[in-house]
Design a protein around this ligand. Structure first.
Ligand SMILES: NC(=O)N[C@@H](CC(=O)O)C(=O)O
Length: 358
């Protein structure tokens, strides 16, 4: 299929979002049900709360809250821990039973709530070895901090990180590693060059944005920032080629609209693009725009589930999306004084969820 026609319907079994920020408190209550609204049945939950999720107990409690907020929706929450000195190699054996699937690394200072992030990977050697043994995934925020003395800034921070990825993949060949939210052609090539233990998430917004869209438009500002048109093309081609290493992790990252729209002289606006409530139709629309809508089920369910070894059950829900003339994205979502603005607010999406068989 190059481009779909109006009326075409595509079925996806148990769509899975392998990277999502669901926050805490009132904001979490507002955004957690949006996973289901966006058509998804699995949420791989990021741990960058304040304080970050660093213990099994915290992860279990957080998951309980998410289940409460999602009400009767049957979303599966997979939990992650925040890589830090609080994680002990001896505890790794207990994680799977507690619902913890991965460990997320944030280089210190590169993004939202990364003040407690790491400065070196070497000191986690024992932890990574234990994760290899017990089948825990390492999720990498793939940027190095800006350092102007070395000519490093947001535009090349991901590319400069790629030797770290290659090094980790070689050193721990049985550790499953995911390079999160790739934004560059260099990252796509680096992931392809690694063995089968390395995969890569791609967000919906990075299939759409380039530098031109976020320079001066704070609602499109996220980390890593969107790069050049050639880079966007490389992300699109990776999906179009049907390479199973590349699958959806939305990095949907809600922030109260005021912190997105306001910057001061000393601090910039919050980083993050919010896609959860429109996710499956948005991904269908974007894939359709570059002739890859026939990859929808692989990209949004099969490939990620394959890498994480979490196949959909035989009676898993099936979600049907249809190509339509155009549906407006809501301007904002509010509750209890919190307001979030979704990606593509007020714009038209040409796909919508028309049926769910649960
Ligand atoms: N992607 C973002 O720009 N922001 C994320 C953190 C992250 O994943 O970098 C957030 O938590 O807001």
């Amino acid at each position: 299929m190059s481009t779909a026609n109006y009326g075409d319907i595509i079925e996806v079994t148990a769509p899975a979002d392998f990277h999502v920020h669901l926050r805490d408190g009132e904001l979490s209550r507002l955004v957690t049900p949006h996973v289901h609204e966006g058509g998804f049945y699995l949420a791989y939950v990021m741990p960058n709360l304040v304080p970050p999720i660093t213990t099994t107990e915290m992860a279990i409690e957080y998951k309980k809250r998410l289940k409460e907020y999602s009400g009767s929706f049957k979303v599966e929450f997979l939990m992650t821990l925040y890589l830090s000195d609080a994680l002990h190699p001896n505890d790794v054996k207990n994680w799977k039973a507690a619902g913890i699937v991965g460990v997320k690394s944030y280089p210190r200072g590169v993004t939202t709530n990364s003040d407690e992030g790491i400065e070196s990977y070497d000191k986690y050697d024992e932890l990574f070895k234990a994760m290899e043994v017990h089948g825990i995934v390492l999720n990498l925020h793939g940027e190095i901090p800006s350092d102007h003395s070395k000519n490093i800034c947001v535009l090349n921070a991901e590319e400069r990180f790629l030797p770290v990825l290659a090094n980790l993949a070689n050193k721990y060949p049985k550790l499953r590693i995911v390079l999160e939210h790739a934004t560059t052609a260099a990252a796509i090539n680096a992931v392809k060059a690694c063995g089968d233990n390395v995969a890569c998430t791609i967000t919906a917004h990075h299939l759409s944005l380039t530098v031109d869209d976020w320079a001066g438009q704070s609602f499109h500002f996220c980390k890593p920032v969107a790069k050049f048109p050639d880079d966007r093309r490389a992300l699109q081609e990776a999906i179009k080629s049907g390479n199973k290493k590349f699958f959806l992790g939305s990095d949907s990252a809600p922030h109260p609209s005021l912190s997105k729209s306001t910057a001061t002289a000393t601090s910039g606006c919050a980083a993050g693009v919010y896609t959860s409530p429109i996710l499956l139709p948005l991904v269908a629309h974007l894939l359709d725009s570059f002739g890859a809508v026939d990859r929808l089920a692989d990209f949004t369910s099969n490939f990620g589930r394959g890498f994480y070894q979490i196949p959909a059950d035989s009676d898993a829900p099936r979600v049907f999306v249809e190509k339509v003339q155009g549906v407006s994205v809501q301007a904002e979502y509010s509750s209890e004084g919190k307001t979030v603005v979704p990606f593509w607010a007020n714009r038209q999406i040409e796909w919508q969820i028309v049926n769910i068989k649960e």
